[in-house]
Design a protein around this ligand. Structure first.
Ligand code: SF4
Length: 201
């Protein structure tokens, strides 16, 4: 499954690699951190669970920090700055075996950075994010990732009770934009590093 996904991601001009563990990825990340100066993150449980976030902060040069507290204006301003980071680390809600990345965001700061802005994007994901095709990737992003995010933020959206997306119009809906990234431009601007283990949601 991983091999087929890597092959199809490469066909779509992503730089795609597999790793046995988060630990075995560190050398590759360190090389990238030597090459690029400023770095930023999209919110990611995978980066926390693997402890790769800490590793990047310890080994990187200039951290463009995303504010999680403060006024709404301050938070948005920090996310705007992250769009001009040299290298941006995040995960994906789903990766289709046929070579696309699928994500659902509210603000769009992660999707925005993945598409344009940072010189380099590194998507780090566990094998549990792989789905057979884009349709299933969208289903995964909605019915697993978005639902778990609503639970994580303690929201009272209908999906928390139902444990699946209800396509709601709730005032606290977090599903504003669904992005399918089918190809990396420039070629290999986006790296997709898949770990042969389950991480995040
Ligand atoms: S659209 Fe609404 S119900 Fe569906 S996952 Fe998003 S917040 Fe939950």
């Amino acid at each position: 499954m991983i091999e087929k996904t890597l092959k199809n991601l490469e066909k779509h001009h992503f730089d795609a690699k597999a790793f046995d563990s988060a630990e075995s990825m560190k050398k590759e990340i360190k090389t990238l951190l030597e090459e690029y100066h400023s770095f930023a993150f999209g919110g990611s449980t995978t980066l926390l669970e693997t402890k790769l976030r800490d590793f990047i902060i310890e080994n990187g040069k200039i951290h463009i920090e995303r504010m999680t507290s403060g006024t709404e204006e301050e938070k948005i301003e920090s996310e705007r700055k992250a769009l001009l980071s040299d290298i941006y680390f995040c995960s994906a809600n789903a990766i289709s075996e046929d070579g696309s990345l699928v994500n659902i965001d509210k603000r769009g700061n992660r999707i925005g950075a993945m598409i344009f802005g940072p010189r380099k994007v590194v998507v780090i994901a566990g094998r549990n994010k792989i789905t057979a095709n884009v349709t299933e990737a969208i289903e995964r992003a909605k019915n697993i990732a978005a639902v778990r995010n609503c639970m994580r933020f303690n929201l009272d959206t209908p999906c928390v009770k139902l444990q699946k997306c209800a396509e709601c119009e709730h005032e606290r809906n977090i599903c504003y934009t669904t992005a399918i990234i089918k190809r990396s431009f420039p070629y290999k601007r986006i790296s997709v590093f898949i770990i042969d283990n389950d991480y995040g949601f």
